[in-house]
Write a protein that binds this ligand. Structure first.
Ligand SMILES: N[C@@H](CCC(=O)N[C@@H](CS)C(=O)NCC(=O)O)C(=O)O
Length: 336
């Protein structure tokens, strides 16, 4: 009984301490530490000057703008598929924005929280056109390049066994060596998130038109941010940042008009942008934190289009990542 009480007290104190910790640490440090990939076009990849760009990077920037008032106050830590979750568990990074799939086991065994999905994806396959492959069963006996420590490695094996396709995985711990090997002709196919395949073909293929991404996907890959357990306030900020960017798109608030929109008479816009309701303060933030976040890189639709949509080399359709009112899955919880 006595011991139970102590345990409970320690636990509660521990959780309360942890809740405040990440946001306070970031404010004191003056920099957000964001875990990203080593290089994944469209999501997080360094440009020729070494500056990280992409959809996930724009979330880091929006977060830094919302929390610190400056989108440039981010230190990016490039992580592989293998070491990404350890970096978060150990406190090396504040948040992981790295095309990471949310799953039951990742959510229940790693001591981590999964934030809202910022990109709905699926595991796809790319092949050289002249191979004449039309569907997955044509890949019987094929060598398939796949990245280590990913959901794809497991799903490839599971799907092959379940469907009698005896493909032979060739496993890589680095995406650049995987791309070199595949585009060098050593594998018949390469499998990863369909978005990543589009990025790989657009940026790493010797001749993009020689390759085709097969229409079939073999899994659901809901990609989103991860935070540590026991840090509810910080996890809430990550959650509401995403909903804020989606709500902004729904309400027609953009990077260009956000200042003007703070004078809107529409109650939902007023609450979102901190003109009424004091919503930001409930998270320990400035009430106008989402104004700063939207100014950094625009609403969800703008972030999507610039990095992975029609205005980008990837040229992906909105599809599942469209807003719910247009048949997609992006749906913001109301700001009230
Ligand atoms: N969404 C999958 C795959 C994520 C992943 O790590 N994909 C590789 C594909 S090559 C990647 O992005 N690598 C980039 C890197 O290691 O920097 C997962 O969460 O396991």
């Amino acid at each position: 009984m006595y011991r139970g009480l102590i345990t409970t007290a320690v636990l509660v104190a521990g959780i309360a301490g942890a809740s405040a910790a990440t946001l306070d640490t970031i404010k004191q440090r003056g920099t957000l530490v964001c875990g990203v990939s080593t290089g994944f076009a469209g999501f997080s990849a360094p440009d020729s000057q070494g500056n990280f760009k992409g959809l996930d990077v724009d979330y880091c920037r929006a977060l830094a703008a919302g929390v610190l008032g400056d989108a440039s106050k981010v230190r990016y830590v490039a992580l592989t598929a293998q070491n990404r979750f350890t970096a978060l568990q150990s406190g090396e990074i504040d948040v992981l924005y790295r095309n990471s799939t949310q799953t039951y086991l990742r959510g229940t065994t790693l001591g981590l929280r999964q934030g809202p999905v910022n990109f709905y994806d699926g595991q796809g396959f790319v092949v050289k056109k002249d191979l004449g492959v039309k569907e997955l069963k044509d890949l019987k006996g094929a060598t398939v390049c796949v990245a280590q420590g990913t959901t794809h490695e497991v799903t490839l094996g599971d799907y092959g066994r379940a469907n009698g396709i005896d493909w032979k995985p060739l496993v890589f711990d680095r995406p650049d060596t995987m791309y070199q090997t595949f585009f060098g002709g050593r594998c018949d196919a390469m499998t990863q998130d369909a978005s990543a395949l589009a990025g790989a073909v657009a940026t790493a293929a010797p001749k993009a038109e020689d390759y085709v991404v097969l229409p079939q996907t073999i899994s659901k890959e809901p990609l989103g941010p991860f935070t540590r357990n026991g840090d509810e306030v910080w996890s809430d900020i990550i959650t509401w940042l995403h909903y804020g960017l989606v709500e902004a798109e729904e309400l027609g608030v953009t990077q260009a008009n956000v200042d003007e929109m703070t004078k809107s008479q529409v109650p939902a816009i007023q609450r979102l942008l901190g003109a009424s309701g004091d919503l930001g303060s409930r998270l320990g933030l400035d009430n106008k934190w989402l104004v700063a976040a939207i100014k950094a890189g625009g609403n969800y639709g703008e972030i999507f289009e610039r990095n992975v949509g029609k205005a980008s080399p990837l040229k992906l359709e909105r599809g599942l990542n469209g807003t719910w009112s247009k048949g997609g899955l992006m749906y913001a919880i109301p700001f009230k």
